[in-house]
Design a protein around this ligand. Structure first.
Ligand code: G
Ligand code: G
Ligand code: MN
Length: 253
């Protein structure tokens, strides 16, 4: 499934987070909170992520695909996958595939589990960057991150956990979010607000210079077909939202 990521400056859909879903033929819908930990424990998470990205590539090859060059796909990467010996090959291979379509990949790493930054991990982070893949720190504010750790990971963006976004109500907010946005800006890191559900959260975050939004206010995670419909509609309403032509020009004909 694909959940839109919206640029807070242009108000346009610039990317999507890919979220794994499993519809089992007998037991029905299995939530990712159940099958992801199992895939991690059984060391099949790498294979699952590869299959997921192959599905994305297949979706991108559909004749009705209208996603532009430069469109960003965010994928969640488990730490156990990052630690696996064939991770470098995986990163290079998929970076090349997505480059062929002119589309960009971002790897999201959750801070809920601590990655021990050793030589092996640093080398893999370097491979990710060399391949042109961006790095995002997911669930920011809920886990183990400390400033020296963020410096070694050197993410391109951080995703502020929905727990904090939730605290923005019509008449209250938390200074924490604006501090995080300021810190990130000074470090040259982009900020994404997760779990945005209300217009007053959008307004508050925009006022505090957030870079991107993700959440039910914009859309739930969608199938590729529904995502394309959402994207097309976004492009169309964008034209409607365009400012009117200056008066002297529009009066000419
Ligand atoms: O998709 P939500 O809708 O329910 O996802 C629940 C959790 O599962 C989130 O923390 C999300 O990051 C994680 N998740 C979803 N898809 C993937 C995936 O493909 N890989 C990994 N590692 N985690 C995923
Ligand atoms: O941990 P990660 O950020 O990858 O998890 C994404 C999870 O958040 C998915 O389970 C997705 O379905 C869920 N999610 C996305 N937007 C919203 C939202 O606006 N509200 C809530 N409650 N959950 C959301
Ligand atoms: Mn995520």
């Amino acid at each position: 499934y694909y959940q839109p990521i919206v640029c807070a400056h242009s108000n346009r859909v610039i990317g999507a987070e890919i979220l794994a879903r499993w519809e089992h033929p007998e037991i029905g819908f299995v939530p990712p909170d159940i099958f992801i930990p199992v895939a991690e424990k059984t060391q099949t998470i790498g294979l699952m992520t590869e299959n997921l990205l192959r599905r994305v590539i297949a979706d991108c090859q559909r004749p009705d695909n209208v996603l532009p060059a430069g469109f960003i796909f965010n994928v969640n990467i488990s730490h156990s996958h990052l630690s696996a010996s064939d991770f470098g090959t995986f990163a290079r291979e998929f970076a090349a595939h997505f480059q062929k379509f002119g589309q960009k990949l971002t790897f999201e790493f959750t801070e809920n589990e601590q990655i021990e930054i050793n030589g092996d991990i640093l080398q893999k982070l370097e491979i990710i960057r060399e391949s042109g893949i961006a790095i995002s720190l997911d669930d920011f504010g809920t886990g183990f991150s400390n400033l020296s750790w963020i410096t070694s990971l050197s993410p391109d963006s951080i995703k502020i956990d929905r727990m904090f976004v939730n605290q923005i109500s019509p008449n209250a907010s938390t200074p924490l979010i604006s501090c995080v946005i300021d810190m990130a800006r000074q470090m040259g890191i982009k900020t994404v607000a997760e779990g945005v559900e209300h217009d007053y959260q959008v307004a508050w975050l925009q006022e505090h210079d957030i870079d991107c939004f993700q959440g039910y206010f914009y859309s739930r995670p969608l199938t590729f077909g529904d995502f394309l419909d959402y994207f097309r509609q976004d492009v169309m309403t964008q034209h409607l939202r365009m400012p009117p032509l200056p008066r002297d020009i529009s009066l000419q004909h």
